[in-house]
Design a protein around this ligand. Structure first.
Ligand code: SF4
Ligand code: SF4
Length: 185
């Protein structure tokens, strides 16, 4: 049974974590027509590996809301994170879930800010990709960089734990910095 509209209205409209490059790196288009439509909207497509996908952060995201919600791709339409499902099953209150979303959004902003401090300012890429790139940088850095890097690692771990605990399916071992290849949405 799909999660009710009331829960989606309450939580998703203030979240956007499955669209902004925090939970996922890309969204697979289900049909050629869908891919063409996204391309026409200015969404760059990746046609490698026999799939057609668009990278996150999604360009259709307006703050925390989808700008093409009524006409969003099939995968987006079908995706429901674990947090939504738990609220729907009555295991978590909507208020607690909203607090959890706020906290993850805040943590992801901290990681983004640290990434900028470490020299990665490319906000058009998924968070996991950016974290990986920073982790692969040459090691000749000054003490200040290493201090920031130590904080960055702690914050990434904290973010990973929150995502794992609340948003990903328990059966999917997916971490933000492990480049989740499970197509979103
Ligand atoms: S991550 Fe969950 S709560 Fe947030 S927008 Fe996506 S489905 Fe909704
Ligand atoms: S098109 Fe999909 S990924 Fe993009 S903002 Fe809308 S729901 Fe999110």
């Amino acid at each position: 049974m799909p999660v009710t509209d009331a829960i989606i209205d309450r939580l998703c409209t203030a979240c956007g974590l499955c669209c902004n490059g925090v939970l996922f790196t890309s969204v697979v288009c289900s049909t050629a027509a869908e891919a063409r439509r996204m391309e026409a909207l200015g969404q760059p497509l990746d046609r490698s590996g026999g799939l057609c996908s668009f990278t996150q952060p999604c360009r259709q995201l307006r703050d925390t809301r989808c700008g093409i919600y009524a006409d969003r791709p099939t995968r987006c339409r079908r995706f429901e994170c674990e947090l939504l499902k738990r609220v729907d099953r009555g295991e978590v209150s909507a208020t607690a879930a909203a607090g959890c979303i706020d906290s993850v959004r805040l943590r992801s902003e901290i990681v983004r800010s640290l990434l900028r401090g470490l020299g990665d300012e490319d906000e058009s890429r998924p968070l996991a990709t950016r974290c990986d790139r920073v982790m692969e940088l040459p090691v000749e850095k000054d003490e200040e960089w290493w201090d920031t890097y130590a904080t960055f690692l702690l914050e990434v771990r904290a973010l990973q734990s929150l995502l794992k605990a609340h948003f990903y399916e328990a059966t999917v071992a997916t971490l933000a910095v492990d480049k989740p290849d499970t197509p979103v949405a």
